[in-house]
Design a protein around this ligand. Structure first.
Ligand code: APR
Length: 252
């Protein structure tokens, strides 16, 4: 791997796997969300137009599961917040997750590219509001007062992920790209590794329970539970680059 300098930029992509050990389910594992629901029934604009009550029920249940007091940031979320605090260069965390565990762990340079479950937005006046209660067809917008337009502030299949300009710019400048807990099934996130590698010449690392769909695009991989491999990688990175110990980056 190329030698990292402390001022180098890091981009991290996270997916559902990082929140699994906090008690939230993934999507494509055997016990994941898409084993019980069809994407086209609950996670597209067409589904919402066809059966808004069903879509609201699906997201109301997910919102309540995220508000369960047992669901707390785990050691992997905490390690990424530490990396942002201690790394002298820019660190941007891009998450596909709609939970709030990264911010609760202390990450601040954070983009929720698929939106946020604990926010709702009004399709009439476009206001975005913090939201913890159930949404229904007759929920009135707190801003324009119209009912019927409130929806979860999440990106559905067929919609454009948020803040792509910022993400693409960061990928083009990073020296290290780390992908954590994502299966690599969903674009554009699945392509970030190639953008970082080919546009920026970044060193690319996958930290996942198992090899993802895009595993061969990474220079380096550590396989195991996020609560184990992420803190270990962050410690190794900080130690090797900031304190001049043997460097990160043997492949395997
Ligand atoms: N630690 C690390 N990785 C894990 C763990 C764990 N404890 N548990 C599961 N994983 C891995 C799985 O092996 C899998 O590769 O996390 C990945 C989760 O993949 P998906 O369920 O496909 O989730 P994700 O990649 O985030 O999905 C992307 O798809 O449905 C949409 O919008 C949704 O943002 C989501 C997007």
């Amino acid at each position: 791997m190329k030698t990292l300098k402390p001022t180098d930029a890091i981009v991290i992509l996270t997916g559902a796997g990082i929140s699994k050990e906090s008690g939230l389910e993934t999507f494509r594992d055997a016990d994941g969300t898409w084993a019980r629901h069809r994407i086209e029934d609950v996670a597209t604009p067409e589904a919402f137009a066809r059966d808004p009550a069903l879509v609201h029920d699906f997201y109301n249940a997910r919102r309540q599961s995220m508000l369960n007091p047992n669901v707390q940031p785990n050691a992997a979320h905490t390690a990424l917040a530490r990396l942002e605090r201690e790394w002298p260069g820019p660190v941007l965390l891009v998450t596909q997750n709609i939970d709030d565990l990264h911010e609760r762990a202390g990450s601040t340079a954070l983009i929720h590219m698929h939106g946020e479950m604990l926010k709702a937005r009004c399709e009439d006046c476009t206001v975005i509001e913090p939201w913890q209660s159930d949404l229904a067809l007759d929920t009135a917008c707190p801003s324009c007062r119209r009912a019927g337009g409130m929806r979860p502030h999440v990106v559905w299949f067929g919609e454009i992920p948020l803040e792509m300009d910022r993400i693409v710019a960061a990928l083009a400048e990073c020296a290290l790209f780390i992908s954590i807990g994502t299966s690599g099934n969903v674009y554009p996130a699945a392509n970030f590794v190639r953008e970082a590698r080919w546009a920026a010449g970044a060193h690319t690392v996958e930290l996942n329970l198992e090899p993802s769909m895009g595993a061969t695009d990474f220079d380096e991989a550590r396989h195991g539970p996020a609560t184990v491999v992420v803190p270990a990688f962050v410690e190794e990175l900080l130690t090797s680059v900031l304190r001049g110990q043997p460097k990160v980056g043997s492949s395997g």
